[in-house]
Design a protein around this ligand. Structure first.
Ligand code: BT5
Length: 230
């Protein structure tokens, strides 16, 4: 049975991930903010977080070894895709961490971890989902639940995402990988390797890395190491 979720609901904060880390939020806490003033993407990029969107950070303190950490990254987009499907929106996962609807980004995931004695002492899984927020200023092709014709309450959506995430994150990696593969649009696409060579994405490894084929050889690549060609 799923454990209880402790909710922290904020009108505004810089970043719900920062809030969760600074306040040392407990295991199974969900931090939800109506607005973020400095929403973070990966690698220092910004995530636009105007009123009407879902800005959610989910905290785990399960002391996992590195090999089990992919669960955090896999469970988040899976939870989002499931919830969108409940609202009749068919989404895809663009490896490693985006959720798209017909080529437009609707959600992104940022996982931040703290380590102790070789184990993840804390994982903060940040999920930003465009619900009814204005997306006109988003600097990429983006969409929202509202733009897809669905009116939804942010907290109801957040609650469904959190429940599913906390449920998925307990499942074995093999089940999570299989789940993600069903929504993954990246397979068959071209990626550029750090040495400039082009490869084709062919599979997803259980540790969340992408398996690519280059000159007949299969190699697993991590998110930071490759660029996806559009
Ligand atoms: C992400 O990074 O997509 C991860 C976003 C995680 C946001 C959540 S919100 C709750 C928690 N607290 C935080 O501070 N962060 C997490 P990345 O893959 O680096 O994508 C960033 C790129 O997405 C930007 O450079 C824009 O092109 C695009 N983008 C920015 N805002 C967007 C939005 N609202 N909707 C869709 N795309 C957006």
């Amino acid at each position: 049975m799923m454990s209880r979720i402790d909710w922290v609901r904020l009108d505004v904060t810089d970043s719900t991930n920062n809030y969760a880390k600074q306040h040392a939020c407990a295991h199974n806490t969900a931090v939800l903010a109506a607005v973020q003033t400095q929403g973070k993407g990966r690698d220092g990029r910004a995530f636009l977080s105007q009123k009407g969107g879902m800005y959610l950070s989910l905290v785990r303190r399960d002391f996992r070894p590195l090999a089990q950490c992919a669960a955090y990254m896999l469970a988040a987009p899976l939870a989002v895709c499931d919830v969108l499907a409940e609202y009749g929106i068919e989404a895809d996962i663009k490896w490693p961490n985006d959720v798209w609807v017909q080529g437009k980004k609707i959600a992104g995931v940022l996982v931040e971890t703290e380590w102790r004695d070789g184990l993840v002492s804390c994982a903060v899984v940040g999920i930003g989902l465009n619900v009814s927020n204005d997306i006109a200023d988003v600097p990429c092709r983006a969409t929202s639940m509202l733009a897809e014709g669905v009116k939804a309450d942010v907290f109801v959506v957040a609650n469904s995402v959190a429940e599913r995430f906390f449920d998925y994150v307990e499942q074995p990696l093999s089940a999570l990988t299989a789940g993600v593969k069903k929504w993954l649009i990246t397979l068959g696409k071209r990626v550029v390797l750090p040495d400039g060579r082009t490869a084709v994405a062919v599979d997803l490894a259980e540790d969340g890395r992408l398996i690519v084929e280059v000159t007949g050889e299969r190699v697993a690549v991590a998110a930071g190491d490759v660029n996806l060609q559009e």
